[in-house]
Unconditional design. Structure first.
Length: 219
């Protein structure tokens, strides 16, 4: 019987671990598999960077001191390779300054060896939750971008101005169009973005980074 609550088996998150000590790798694999996670192990940075499954990782666990390339250097390589999974560092007592640098570079946690099993499980599950939220946000944004791309240039222009807080009359004057035409473009923009209210359109604009969307708008 597993000592910790298990994650449902369906599409279990992948945790990638890189440590040059085989005993540590094996112990972490057994620990994390006991809570239902999938685990891939690597003994060096070079080996890990060549792994095709790396971009599917929901969490990366690194020893801060690795042969050939340090954990900090590997963290930088992961960022350059577009690997966005949260990074957790394992450190020795003498590596606190390095750990601070790692956190500043985007690591989400670091654990000082020897650490409790529960601390590692908690850190990894928190990272997995963070990665799930990141992926869901990215998926939603991609969907919004696809909808936005289906709009005409004029509809995109009207949507941007509407979500900046301009009234239909103001937009009509700025674009040299009638107010009725602006209303038509506005309605078409809302239909294509799949929203019913101005507040929802503002949230879409904010997610897409359209200027300073949502200023002084009714909810």
């Amino acid at each position: 019987m597993a000592p910790y609550p298990r994650i449902p088996h369906q599409e279990s998150p992948l945790v990638v671990i890189t440590d040059d000590e085989r005993a540590m790798r094996d112990a972490l694999r057994d620990l994390l598999e006991s809570v239902g996670l999938r685990v891939e192990l690597f003994g060096s940075a070079a080996e890990m960077l060549e792994a095709p499954q790396l971009k599917a990782a929901s969490c990366v666990v690194l020893d801060i001191r690795l042969p050939g390339m340090s954990g900090l250097e590997l963290q930088q390589q992961l960022a350059r390779a577009g690997v966005d999974a949260p990074v957790i560092f394992m450190t020795g007592h003498g590596d606190i300054s390095m750990s601070v640098k790692a956190m500043k570079a985007g690591a989400v946690d670091f654990l000082t060896k020897p650490f409790r099993d529960q601390d590692m499980v908690d850190a990894v599950l928190s990272a997995v939750d963070r990665d799930r939220d990141r992926r869901q946000t990215a998926e939603r944004t991609a969907g919004l971008q696809a909808r936005f791309a289906q709009m005409t240039a004029r509809e995109r222009e009207v949507m941007t101005l509407v979500t900046q807080g301009l009234m239909n009359k103001q937009i009509a004057g700025r674009l040299g169009l009638s107010e009725v035409t602006i209303k038509i473009h506005r309605r078409q923009a809302m239909n294509k973005m799949g929203v019913q209210t101005l507040a929802d359109l503002v949230r879409c604009a904010a997610a897409l980074g359209l200027h300073a969307a949502g200023t002084n708008l009714p909810t």
